[in-house]
Write a protein that binds this ligand. Sequence first.
Ligand code: HEC
Length: 107
Amino acid sequence: MRKRILGAAAAVALAAVMAACGGSDVPEDATGQEIYVQLCARCHGSDLRGGTGVALVGEGAESIDKPESYLVQSIYAGIGRMPAFRRTLSDDQILRVAQYIMRQQGR
Ligand code: HEC
């Protein structure tokens, strides 16, 4: 019993260390929308209509005509003045936020 408690404590400590180096505060199972709000809205606007970053929906949103792979690649590696998110987000999280944007684009 005592051993199990120690094991659990070690797992918690390890998780804390892993969270501290690299990774983001975004939980691994966060929805695309949650990821967007935390990491993207400050540049692309909470309504996705742009700000510092380009519009992702509505007028002037060029990515509407681009394939999913274009969105994923832009987020993964960065594009123009936008930073890369490959160190901040897992591949799954990148896919989820790309799909969130596509849903907001009505596709
Ligand atoms: C620091 C500001 C900033 C943040 C944070 C940011 N972006 Fe961007 N994003 C930009 C800018 C600026 C561009 C336009 C890049 C260019 O073409 O020069 C862009 C472009 C894009 C594009 C391509 C759009 C197009 O029309 O080609 C996508 C998709 C995108 N961002 C998604 C995201 C997602 C998802 C996040 C959050 C994980 C995010 N961005 C966070 C600034 C930002």
